[in-house]
Design a binder for this molecule. Structure first.
Ligand SMILES: C[S@@+](CC[C@H](N)C(=O)[O-])C[C@H]1O[C@@H](n2cnc3c(N)ncnc32)[C@H](O)[C@@H]1O
Length: 291
């Protein structure tokens, strides 16, 4: 594995197999105990031979080991010292598995294309997804993740009311694959889980180079998601421009702004770029913004 491929919480019941109650993740250690579930996840990842695959929150290797057996290059990230040590012992000298004992949120992601197959710690689901998708220019390609059921529903729901999720869904397809019963984990979490599939859009409706400016529009327009389109866009477009735009979008000016789908957002962004004076464009958010 190249040097460049370095990887520069609150619910569920308490786990007891890692550092346990004195460790960093005592409520986040629900280990997979179903080989069939792991096989399904690997199948959904559609990796190519020698793909670089990240296992975020690798635990004792329920996903890492089968990934390595497929001949894939695996980067296993685990911040519990006891789990990391168990994993190191299991992996032995395997040179295509690299273990990073660190907090995933402090790691630098690889600079080469990579895939993620993980049963992630539920309590940091949003920060992990943000790390993967807030900067779509990064080489992250695809993820098969076990997340909490409610989170999987939230990230795939329509209408999209949250600008950060809109930003993710403009460049990535996010799909709810299936519910996963809590009996497939040890100890079982209090809630069911789900498989979430994320894949980079091959033809995103807005170019990657426009991402920050698009986020300016999304943050401004969705500041109050159920506001009528005519009001939400009034600081940017003139009244005649809004009339023309809503006609082109095939919607009523009084519909809530959150009712726009990804294609309609792209058309709105395009109209702003072409017909609106730049001094009326919403401010571009600073690097590191989140909502
Ligand atoms: C749900 S368990 C999954 C373990 C293993 N992948 C499995 O499926 O059996 C989540 C794992 O993430 C680890 N973890 C929690 N917070 C973390 C963080 N900030 N950075 C890295 N690993 C973390 C926990 O120690 C735990 O091993």
């Amino acid at each position: 594995m190249s040097k460049n491929s370095r990887i520069s919480q609150k619910n569920g019941s308490r786990g007891t197999q890692g550092t346990g109650k004195y460790g960093p993740n005592s409520s986040d250690q629900h280990l997979i105990c179903s080989k069939r579930l792991v096989r399904r996840m690997i199948q959904l990842a559609e990796t190519k031979p020698h793909s670089l695959v990240l296992d975020i929150g690798a635990g004792t290797g329920a996903i890492t080991m089968p990934l390595a057996q497929e001949g894939l290059r695996v980067l296993a990230i685990e911040n519990d010292p006891a789990f990391a040590e168990k994993l190191r012992r299991k992996c032995g000298e395997a040179d295509h598995i690299r273990i990073i004992e660190n907090d995933v949120l402090k790691c630098t992601l690889p600079r080469e294309p990579f895939v993620v197959v993980s049963n992630i710690p539920f309590s940091i689901t949003t920060p992990i997804l943000g790390k993967l998708m807030d900067q779509p220019a990064m080489p992250f390609q695809r993820a098969v993740l076990i997340v909490e059921y409610g989170a999987a529903r939230r990230f795939t729901a329509d209408p999209i009311t949250n600008p950060r999720i809109l930003g993710w869904r403009m460049w990535f397809d996010i799909t709810f694959v299936q519910t996963v019963s809590s009996v497939h984990f040890s100890p079982p979490p209090r809630v069911n889980a789900a498989i979430l599939l994320i894949s980079r859009k091959s033809r995103p409706p807005v170019a990657i180079g426009e991402h920050r400016r698009f986020m300016g529009l999304a943050l401004h327009a969705l500041r109050s998601p159920y506001m009528p389109v005519r009001e939400a866009l009034s600081g940017i477009f003139t009244v005649p421009q809004i009339t023309r735009l809503t006609r082109n979008l095939g919607i009523d000016r009084n519909e809530p702004i959150c009712s726009l789908n990804e294609t309609q957002w792209a058309l709105t962004y395009d109209a702003m770029r072409h017909y609106v004076d730049p001094h009326r464009w919403p401010r571009v958010p600073k690097a590191g913004w989140t909502t």
